[in-house]
Design a protein around this ligand. Structure first.
Ligand code: MN
Length: 229
């Protein structure tokens, strides 16, 4: 969108391609849930029984559809394979029973994390952005409309690095289900069309290095291959 009075050209909106369509999905906000699979919460040193859901955000322009450039200021960058939910309707105080009506579709995504910087932030009680919300930190595949695939709530979610399986779980292991995440977020924020939610990662997170190839899969949604450059 250009405006003659703008001091400089506005940053272009990030847009998901939509599988099998010429239409695109313009992104507004990117919400992420933390520790949403019990086995991952345990591997990060937490008790999944004792936590209400909690969220952080990435920036819309952190979403990328190509290679993942190894970021600056970290020597311990981790992969997190996730189901991504994309909303085409917004609102506040959305009921769990109505939540899925707000979902346009789903994608396979990676919540790339500068684990060393996130760890420091946790220790010091600081925000997570420095570990989570950096350039190209959310490689994603195309959106697949729910009108074609329904609303996946079970089935395999896995990630291989260089053909070796690293993460393996099932969507049915999510502690907070997609409708609960939407309902909860809508009590704290005004959701809107274009909002996306990264729904957490199963156990097995670990580091990557330049040259690695990450290959992820989410049952019912598809596959995502991303090279670390
Ligand atoms: Mn994550």
């Amino acid at each position: 969108m250009t405006n003659a009075n703008d001091l400089f050209a506005a940053t272009p909106v990030t847009r998901f391609p939509i599988a099998g369509s010429d239409q695109t999905f313009p992104v507004r906000r990117v919400y992420c849930i933390g520790r949403n699979y019990a086995a991952h919460a345990i591997e990060m040193g937490f008790d999944p029984e004792k936590e209400p859901p909690f969220f952080f955000q990435k920036n819309p322009d952190n979403i990328t559809f190509g290679d993942f450039p190894y970021p600056v200021q970290s020597d311990d960058v981790h992969f997190e394979i996730e189901l991504v939910v994309a909303l085409h309707k917004g609102g506040t105080d959305i009921a769990v029973a109505d939540a899925l009506d707000h979902v346009f579709g789903y994608a396979v995504g990676l919540d790339m994390t500068r684990r060393d910087l996130q760890g420091e932030a946790k220790t010091l009680g600081r925000p997570w952005e420095i570990g989570k919300s950096f350039e190209k930190s959310a490689p994603c595949g195309p959106l697949v409309p729910a009108s074609q695939i329904g609303h996946p709530d079970h089935g395999a979610i896995w990630l291989k690095v260089n053909d070796e399986i690293k993460q393996e779980g099932d969507l049915n292991q999510m502690i907070w289900k997609v409708p609960e995440m939407i309902a909860t977020l809508s009590r704290y924020f005004t959701l809107a069309p274009g909002d996306v939610i990264m729904t957490g990662t199963p156990a097995g997170v670990g580091p990557i290095t330049r040259g690695d190839v990450m290959a992820g899969h989410v049952a019912g949604v598809g596959d995502l291959t991303v090279k670390v450059v």
